[in-house]
Design a binder for this molecule. Sequence first.
Ligand code: FAD
Length: 285
Amino acid sequence: MARIPTLLEAKRTLSFEFFPPKTPGAHMTLGRTVAALETLHPDFVSITYGAGGSDRHRTGDVVEWMRLETPWVPMPHLTCRGHTRADVAGLLGTYQQIGIENILALGGDPPADGQAEAGDYQFALQLLEDVVASGHFATGVAAHPEVHPRSPDRATDRRHLAAKLAIADFALTQFFFEVEHWVRLVDELADLGIDKPVLPGVMPITNKAQVKRMADMSGAALPGWLADRLDATDDPDEVRRIGIDVASQLCADLIDEGTPGLHLYALNRPDSVLAICDILGLAET
Ligand code: FAD
């Protein structure tokens, strides 16, 4: 296994993000996707965590399967809202036992119905402190290049992010579509004395409605030029081609700007990731 900060010291990393499947059919799809992406030799992969911990066991199951059955380094996402310290200690103990060395420590979102939630945590920093104190894991945190939707302003957002990065090893960003957002984020962190690696999250668009929904939820803007390109077609294959084109250009721009890594949202399908890595010359020959 490998700690991500050690990997980042050695090279520009390539990593993919998956979500835990919910049905037997979706499990088969993930299995086929993993097989199709094996030749790309990602440095690590990350597995998302259901809002409020609803997918707690599913994330753990996928992480354990990848740890035991693939050569990959799986990093679980872990959100803290709605969790007790005892829940977190139990999960971390399980991850340690199966040889997990990296955790992405996240806040998570409050319940959509506005109900009060039980639990010992409100912000990602509190979870991060517990994960770091356990002494067993390298840690990543979330960064929002276009500012988190619940942050009152940009300066406050960056201050809270800098506080996380003062003790975490690296950040992984929300998706965005223009390289300037990442460059500005890195510059703003540098102004606050933070130079930890900020890995850009790149999402290849595969579905128009889905990207609009995800952009609304996450505070990422769909730029006018991209909305125009998407609005000009109703052909799902053309939408996927646009997604590959835009994501490969963004990755190329990020490489030019000196990114420490590329983190591609695979969305449990191999085709866009394979095409992007091929265009960028990252696919093994
Ligand atoms: P925090 O760092 O806690 O920040 C949340 C908000 O609180 C921000 O506005 C911040 O400025 C503010 N804040 C922080 N500290 C304080 C403080 N002390 N006082 C006042 N305000 C404060 N969600 C999932 O459910 N599962 C996943 O697997 C998942 N993976 C993600 C992966 C990435 C790379 C990213 C970027 C997001 C992911 N999310 C996931 C979404 C994430 O949980 C939400 O964006 C959540 O709303 C914020 O998470 P955070 O870790 O940035 O939280």
